[in-house]
Design a protein around this ligand. Sequence first.
Ligand SMILES: *Cc1c(COP(=O)(O)O)cnc(C)c1O
Length: 402
Amino acid sequence: MQVSRKTFDEVMVPNYAPSDIVPVRGLGSRLWDQQGREYLDFACGIAVTGLGHCHPALIAALHEQAGQLWHVSNVMTNEPALKLASRLVELTFADRVFFCNSGAEANEAAFKLARRHASVKYGAHKNQIISFYNAFHGRTLFTVSVGGQAKYTQGFEPLPGGITHLPFNDLAALEAAVGEQTCAVVIEPVQGEGGIMPATPEFIALARQLCDRHGALLVFDEVQSGNGRSGTLYAHEQYGVTPDVLTTAKGLGGGFPIGAMLATADAAASLAFGTHGSTYGGNALACAVGLAALEALVDPALMANVRARSAQLREGLGVLAAEHGLFTGSRGMGLLMGAPLSDPWKGRAKDIVNAAMRHGLWVLVAGPDVLRMAPPLNISEADMAEGLRRLGLACAELAQAG
Ligand SMILES: *Cc1c(COP(=O)(O)O)cnc(C)c1O
């Protein structure tokens, strides 16, 4: 069967507008399309394929598990799920793990847990979830409602209630809002979709204090910032603040769909038998690949590479900013980097993405005003330099055209 980008418009729901390029093969930091053109991948399928394409350890884990056992549901447990959960407990603050298949599902579980935890412990009045403008937590009705971008909820009303949105990094607003009625404060340590905006250390520390004072759970959404992308396994480690609940997905499976909610024993206890579930959650194939990915991610040499390549990317973006004036510099953590556009270029992030694509580089936007880069965590110095060179060609082309 012959398929092309045109087929998309004929057979798919029109909720996406994919690029004209249809990738057919990937290896390491590179992709090839149907026409055999090569691209450097600074997108990683939106911060997912953190170990690059077709990593040998992930292929081996997938092949081995594929010949043994795929799926049993949660009526029985399975060895890969138990092994992956054990490693996550060893490597993080968490005592307990719940598996699911995506970031939205991990957050859905976290928000339900927070509601139930408060209702069982303190009563039904304690149901307020506090989140932040420009936050993104997924596309189910609950998660999109907790998220802080009105355009994603428009037309889907009535929305779940008991959700309060505050300005991000605003200490006074947070202090004023958290109270006896609050069951959870939900924070992305680095807002991803919202423009690669890191939380300030003071904001994270205050959220922890206020949650402790008022018996609310602190939930970190590390779906995008987690799994080594920040230069540590989870970004919150660099803030020195521990949550009660952490959600993760994206990079956890290195490209195989898996999500997880990590929790302290106390928080986890509120999701008692029968209160929540998932047919696929803890799927043996997903967990086997997730375990192989996790073992590769915790390699100190890989984390050192993230920090070195992060510095290289920051420096390169600074040079390009000075040279062409499309963006002002960079912000972010590790290899989750945003380049905020300068005033004359505001709203044109997509144009830069398209120009970069013409020069063989795949980058992302984070809203209309920020260029986003999430290259593989194991990218080489030479490939990073080549990606920056291609981005420079794209910037020069656009700057010349005006
Ligand atoms: C991508 C993302 C999600 C949603 O994950 P899905 O796998 O698309 O459901 C949630 N939170 C954050 C911070 C994300 O970046």
